[in-house]
Design a protein around this ligand. Structure first.
Ligand code: NAD
Length: 331
């Protein structure tokens, strides 16, 4: 069903690795116009649309999109100020979840602000998604349609598992294995810190507190490689909430190479179950090795934002996960 509608005005909160990739992805889209962004020092707004090249160049040169001449504003309360000023239909929250309560705090700020629209995040931790679940009725009352866990994992791979599960009468295991290759860790600081938080001896607070030099020293010890097993990833709670399996049946692990854009292994999800005839089988969905983390996170995030916008237009508000809504392709 295709209904022609005016383009969705989109804002991007957080303008690091994912935020910048998101701006570039939106540039050629007809169904979405990128009109707003915020980072920790400022914000950028133009209802006519923004130029990703100018915003990215300014961010790299001066440290904030607030320095873009004419459209930028410096602010210590950039998200609050932007939300008050801008006409935005939906925001992609490309923000670090450091501390682990940050995204839920941002959601509460949106609820308090009186803004109505669509929010999409790429949250990773189960405990972070649980905090949003507690806000379900407040989001609904505020007229916000919030889609959580809409990156790659959780996100694209969780949705693939939900789809693959349809062949089975009973699900035995969902096993997610990711490979990420990035040229340097500084391009995705929050992502790498949040990954370090899963390593033995670390937690979110410790990973947040260490200096950039300590992160670099830690990566030096492993030649830039992070190997992660049995991670606390919200794919588990999302598949449980969707009624597909128990959270204990979902495992997530992977390898991140912070010094090489080539993936160290092919990202995949394996879904094992029993068919109605009693056959045990495994479906495997493997991402193309040429696709980057940014493509596999930001693409789905906007697909879910489009789906969220359709729900919002129909008056359907509240909290949804990537495992229960089909993302819509953005033209
Ligand atoms: P980054 O460190 O590169 O950038 C973070 C941005 O947020 C910066 O622009 C910073 O200025 C801004 N920011 C920080 N605090 C802010 C505040 N209080 N107000 C406004 N802006 C603020 O981050 P990244 O590597 O792009 O990662 C973003 C998030 O995406 C992380 O939480 C990461 O875990 C998540 N992620 C999810 C997936 C997935 O598959 N689900 C994959 C990769 C990354």
């Amino acid at each position: 069903m295709t209904v022609s509608q005016s383009p969705i005005n989109v804002g991007i909160l957080g303008f690091g690795g994912l935020g910048q990739a998101a701006a570039r992805i939106l540039a050629p889209k007809q169904e979405m116009t990128w009109v707003a962004a915020a980072d920790h020092q400022g914000f950028l707004y133009d209802p006519q649309g923004l130029d990703p090249n100018q915003a990215i160049a300014t961010y790299h040169q001066h440290g904030s999109v607030g320095h873009v001449t004419g459209q930028g504003h410096l602010s210590d309360t950039s998200i609050t100020d932007l939300v008050q000023k801008a006409q935005v239909d939906g925001y992609f929250l490309a923000l670090p979840n450091l501390p682990n309560t940050f995204m839920a705090d941002v959601a509460r700020d949106f609820i308090r602000s009186g803004w109505r629209g669509v929010l999409v995040d790429a949250l990773k931790r189960t405990s972070a998604v649980e905090q949003l679940l507690a806000l379900q009725s407040e989001l609904a009352e505020a007229g916000i349609t919030y889609l959580t866990g809409c990156g790659a994992t959780p996100g694209l791979l969780t949705a693939a598992a939900a789809l693959a599960a349809q062949s089975y009468s009973e699900i035995h295991q969902v096993k997610i294995t990711f490979g990420v290759g990035i040229a340097n860790w500084e391009a995705y600081r929050a992502t790498i810190r949040e990954d370090i938080a899963h390593m033995p001896g670390f937690d979110v607070e410790k990973a947040r507190a260490i200096s950039d030099e300590e992160v670099a020293a830690l990566l030096d010890k492993t030649n830039g490689i992070l190997s992660l097993e049995n991670m606390e990833h919200a794919d588990d709670i999302m598949l449980e909430l969707a009624g597909i399996c128990h959270r204990d049946q979902v495992t997530v692990g992977g390898v991140v190479d912070t010094r090489n854009p080539k993936k160290p292994l092919s990202t995949n999800v394996q879904i094992t179950g029993r068919t109605f005839e009693g056959k045990i089988s495994t479906h495997t969905f493997t991402l193309g090795d040429e696709t980057s983390m940014a493509a596999n996170v930001c693409g789905p995030a906007f697909g879910y934002l489009k789906a969220g916008q359709q729900l919002h237009r129909r008056g359907i508000y509240g909290l949804f996960t990537a495992a229960e809504i089909m993302p819509l392709f953005v033209r």
